[in-house]
Design a protein around this ligand. Structure first.
Ligand SMILES: *Cc1c(COP(=O)(O)O)cnc(C)c1O
Length: 496
């Protein structure tokens, strides 16, 4: 179509995606909010998990129609086919992976952040920029980490770890790694050390940074699943002897399998002696620092050069939200800063905000998810958060005792923090039969809607793994888990 055939400007009605009828939209909004609050209030009356029926799966297979259904009809579909089938981490008997619960306060935060729809740039002079900076300062204080550290909210622990590992690379390479990239033919290979219990995102990060997984040394763990520090010392010495360049220790505070913590104080000493970067993956474990009863589990965290942790796990923030803190501001900025003219701060006006967050990480546009954590923390106060974390650890100990007291159950790892590993056992079954039985038992727990632990493998044993970052769980929920596991275990054993 050429310009002559275009309709004359002003002859067609302009459109918007706003509602044509705001009163009707308001009614729907109020109804939806009522439904959602009812839903949260009654979450424990539903099974922890249920599978999606064909009707829902059919809906999710439909192509996008040209003509829209309108907000009311779509909301009805969501109510019928989406809401009943959550992952389950809002339920008091959910303990899979490290699934945080979230809090109702943040439902309101979600509406506010969605309404404001800020861009999360930081150099936009907006409440969002200042809220995020304040939240980061609160987090440093809660973790007892140096207040002059730089920080950034990111999508989660994986991204937070990637940022920490990237800063370590820039800080430790004796050449300009941003300029030349990592070239292990031209230069000594940079070596990162982590334990065999480290989360898989560490290896992913190393690979993404171009270091190659050959740059990741996996150090064995002791019986308590913490990094074997003497093995680490030997590995560093042997890498130096071979002409490689030890660069970074990646410690874990709260391993994903068992909740074990590496000895951060000893690792900080080694990092100091060997001039290595100390990065801590404290995805959930860093949060014990809030508790005066349990903060020793992460003693030495304040000495780390960088710390990655999740708010969506043990700070009960809605998905998704993680954070990274880096000692001193300059190594962090030196890793990520690229400032084209269109992203530069101005002296006054909209673009005169406090900080350019894109200089501290991978993302540029980001949601205003800081508001969720900000509202939740401000509403409950730090003391309640500390108590909630302590309650989760006490509950894990309670469950450990239930398991230890039951002769058909066997605990498979020490309960160092908030994670319990166990299995059902029966006379006369070999290891492979026990593994099969316990896998079946776990799937039955899910399918019967009893409880939702997850699985892992410890020393070749299939383990039922209960990770408790759930503020809705009660001791009675752990009683129910044990009763359910024993009931299903007996049923399965009788068929072996
Ligand atoms: C969950 C977890 C991660 C990954 O965090 P995400 O938020 O899922 O990306 C990394 N390390 C540990 C120890 C974790 O528990």
């Amino acid at each position: 179509m050429n310009a002559d055939q275009d309709p004359k400007p002003g002859t067609i009605a302009e459109q918007t995606l706003d509602p044509q009828n705001w009163a009707r939209f308001r009614k729907l909004g109020h109804r939806a909010l009522d439904d959602l609050i009812d839903y949260l209030q009654t979450v424990d009356e539903r099974p922890v998990w249920q599978s999606l029926p064909p009707a829902a799966k059919n809906l999710f297979a439909e192509p996008l129609a040209k003509k829209g259904l309108g907000d009311d009809a779509v909301y009805e579909q969501v109510k019928q086919h989406v809401l009943p089938y959550p992952t389950g981490n809002i339920h008091p008997r959910f303990w899979s992976w490290v699934g945080g619960t979230g809090t109702p306060t943040q439902l309101i935060a979600d509406m506010v952040m969605s309404t404001m729809n800020s861009c999360g740039l930081g150099f936009d002079e907006s409440a969002a920029s200042h809220v995020e900076l304040q939240l980061l300062d609160w987090l440093k204080a809660l973790l007892d980490y140096p207040l002059d550290a730089s920080g950034l909210l990111v999508s989660g622990g994986s991204m937070a770890n990637l940022v920490g590992l990237a800063v370590a690379r820039t800080a430790q390479a004796p050449y300009d790694a941003r300029d030349t990239g990592v070239d292990s033919h031209q230069h000594a290979r940079l070596i990162y050390y982590t334990s065999s219990e480290a989360h898989s995102c560490i290896r992913k990060g190393i690979e993404l940074l171009g270091l190659g997984s050959q740059s990741l040394r996996t150090i064995p763990v002791l019986d308590d699943y913490s990094m074997d520090v003497s093995a680490l010392r030997r590995a560093i010495a042997s890498d130096r002897a071979a002409g490689r360049q030890p660069a970074c220790i990646v410690a874990t505070s709260g391993t994903v399998n068992t909740g074990a913590s590496d000895s951060l104080c000893e690792l900080a000493d080694i990092a100091e002696q060997e001039k290595l970067w100390l990065h801590v993956d404290g995805a959930f474990g860093a949060c014990v620092r809030l508790s005066s009863r349990f903060r020793e589990l992460a003693a030495g965290l304040e000495r780390a050069d960088s710390v990655a942790f999740d708010l969506h796990k043990w700070l009960y923030v809605q998905y998704n939200c993680g954070a990274v803190l880096v000692r001193g501001d300059s190594p962090h900025k030196a890793t990520f800063s690229v400032l084209p003219a269109y992203l530069r701060k101005l002296d006054r006006g909209l673009a005169s905000g406090p900080v350019n967050f894109s200089e501290y990480g991978v993302q540029l546009s980001r949601s205003f998810h800081a508001l969720r954590a900000w509202m939740a923390l401000r509403s409950a106060g730090s003391q309640r958060y500390a108590e909630q974390i302590e309650q989760n650890i006490d509950q894990a100990r309670y469950l450990s005792n239930l398991v230890d007291d039951h002769k058909e159950l066997e605990r498979l790892a020490p309960t160092a923090m908030n994670i319990v590993n166990f299995r059902y056992r029966a006379e006369g079954l070999d290891e492979s039969q026990l593994n099969d039985l316990n896998a079946e038992l776990l799937m039955r727990l899910h399918e019967d809607g009893v409880a939702a632990p997850s699985a892992t493998e410890l020393n070749g044993c299939f383990s039922i793994r209960v990770a408790n970052t759930n503020h809705r769980s009660r001791r009675a929920d752990f009683d129910a888990l044990v009763a359910g596991a024993v009931r299903i275990g007996r049923e399965l054993a009788s068929r072996c």
